[in-house]
Design a protein around this ligand. Structure first.
Ligand code: MYR
Length: 131
């Protein structure tokens, strides 16, 4: 269900979320228009993602329930896992610099991919359309 190429369509409260993450206003302005595109290939518990945005292109491999390292577009390093709960992917990632936790989910809602984000009490959401 997650397989395919997904292009960001709109974001809600993403600026506030990034502000809570400690990202400065200039980077936030750029990130708001990052044209993020994610290609997802799921094979059982294994995922291969291609991320592309105005910041970078990146390949990501992870297995459900297995911890991996990831660097956010602003350089923040995190480590954590994705798990599947029902139809929803739930991610829990810990920042390496301050040990605080970022949680995120991905789910398909009405044919769109919805990703939610939470960090220190601030929620955001980005909606992606299938290409
Ligand atoms: C992935 O599945 O895409 C890789 C792991 C994702 C970890 C959490 C992503 C949160 C992104 C928040 C961006 C904050 C602004 C730089």
């Amino acid at each position: 269900a997650f397989n395919g190429t997904w292009k960001v369509d709109h974001s809600e409260n993403y600026d506030k979320f990034m502000e809570q993450m400690g990202i400065n206003v200039m980077k936030r302005k750029l990130a708001e228009h990052d044209n993020l595109k994610i290609t997802i290939e799921q094979n059982g518990d294994n995922f291969h993602l291609k991320e592309s945005s105005t910041f970078r292109t990146k390949d990501i491999d992870f297995t459900l329930g297995v911890q991996f390292d990831y660097t956010l577009a602003d350089g923040t390093e995190v480590s954590g896992t994705w798990e599947l709960e029902g139809e929803m992917l739930k991610g829990k990632f810990t920042r390496k610099d301050n040990s605080k936790v970022l949680t995120t989910t991905r789910s398909i809602v009405g044919g769109e991919l919805v990703q939610t984000y939470n960090y220190e009490g601030v929620d955001a959401k980005r909606t992606f359309k299938k290409q």
